[in-house]
Design a protein around this ligand. Sequence first.
Ligand code: PLP
Length: 633
Amino acid sequence: MEERGIFASINDVLAVNAKQVDRLGGAPQASSAAGDVDDTRDEAGVAQISGAAGSTSRAKVMTRYAARHNGPVGRARSGTDDRSITSGSDFLQLDIGDAPAGGRSQWLAERFRQAIADRRLPVGTRLPPSRVLAAELGVSRGVVTEAYRRLSEAGHIDGNRRSGTIVVSAPAAPPPARPTEPATPPTALFAGPPGVDVFDSLRVAPARIDLSPGLPDLAAFPRAAWLRAERTVLNTLAPADFGYGDPRGAPALRAAVAGWLARNRGIQADPDDVLIVAGVSQALSLLAQVLRDDGIASVAVEDPGSLGVRQHLRNWRLDTTPIPVDAQGLRVDDLRASGARAVVLTPAHQFPTGVVLDGDRRRQLARWADAGGLIIEDDYDAEHRYDRPPVPALRSWLPDHVCYTGSVSKLLAPAIRVGWVLAPARYRDALVNAKRNADLGNAALPQLVLAQMITSGDLERQLRLLRRRHVRRRDAMIAAIGAHLPTATVHGAAAGLHLMITFDSAVDDAALASAALANGVKVQPLSWHSQRAGRPGLVLGYAASSPADIEAGIAVIGQVLRRGVTPARARTPRALADQPAVADQPQALADQPQALADQPQALADQPQALADQPRARTGRPRRNSRAAPTPTR
Ligand SMILES: Cc1ncc(COP(=O)(O)O)c(C=O)c1O
């Protein structure tokens, strides 16, 4: 297969490099021909990069060379005497003007020696061919070969015709580490109200088992299909396609997304209605700017609801008015009472409860929108549905009132950073302007590859594969919760990538998450996602972990809970800490009970629907939709 061909060449390259270092054993081996590098081969590589078709072996050389250096060295230049382009090299930022007259080789050797000593050029690095470096520095090739000869004699580099010149040993111990701030224990991130970088801190916190929500099975990323699609795209692209494009996105992707949404979400849209963005998060950021310009300073959000969503809105100085969620979804009467002109909600699979917005609430919401309200529909993981009927998007029947957004973050991987927005006509131009001002449009290649994945059916196949895997993982998590956390209530099992569990007792869920992390298991406390006080709980992602890890992770949480968690040090109640000034508070928020101090009160105040959920208290929890509080429409 073609893909194997590519992997094979990359592996070849790595293997050759490894062998080279291995053969040398990291020990100095002076070569009589140090610096006598294969310039012909590299010039051929340069030609390859600058556009000519070439053999695989040429590509290999450039691949390894480019990957090993900080800056571009291979430039399309004809020979050593063309000195008009630069008088220095990006490589180590060498400027020959710094060298003393008559001592250039010594100066160059010393610069290399320093770079090898401080690990800017670690053992195994391939140095630029002497002819290329000489051309860049504007010196004769002899200056560079002499510098390489000195380094070789000192045992720091080794060169041969086949593999070029390689760093083989460092001259001195690495410089002492710079004094750093005392390391903050990762568990400290649970000690106060979550800051804007809380998800970054959690992501890099070391843990044996990661049950963070929001990720599909990343190990299942369809690498071969992606490569196939990328090759198809690259084979057909015209030079103009590498230029600046339409800020709304590549026409091919906008058409493919329109088709995808029609098939999977019941949305009828013209490709011209589709704006390609860098994920739901960028959609929210752009919208926030547009809404502010429209005089909207406050947006209603679900409570509990995504902390990340709130952070994006607040970054653009929009207040986020919490509206309670119960077993039917967002409480539209509370939304109306709040006076908000716009609301962000997750109707197909509410984050984090998993509740589906039911038919009656949809009708209420439509009436609210008819009176001038804007619905921002975050369809973040709607395709992941296991044992409940499909729920069409609100956008499919309220196109004039709904600004719809989704992405491939939960379908393929968040790292792709591609999503879409379908706005009501009145906001469309302003959104395109905001996107243009943000970044002139998404990167073209991933858009085109994704379009190819959609039209070839590969994305559909991926979704089917993911659903099968996710169901097994979801079932493993429910079983583990039944076994290890029998007092927990399970919510939202019928769809999505995560479960929410709640506890009736006054557990400090941030302290529980902190203790779990200290024991190697990463989870998110429900209180992070709540603005008002509510029952404590955890949000547990299952899609990205194996059933064995899920079982082990939940077992750890069970042990931690049985041992008892010490409440995290005094926290500003989350419900109030990230709210705007009291004067700006809508009545609904001003009336909230205190988040932690009044815990029993908070429990009593739970929406009835959540408090009434069936729970995994005795033995194995009932499975999926029956165990879940996710009513279908
Ligand atoms: C509810 C919700 N909306 C939106 C997002 C952001 O998704 P994206 O990667 O498309 O920006 C997330 C991320 O996890 C999420 O949980």
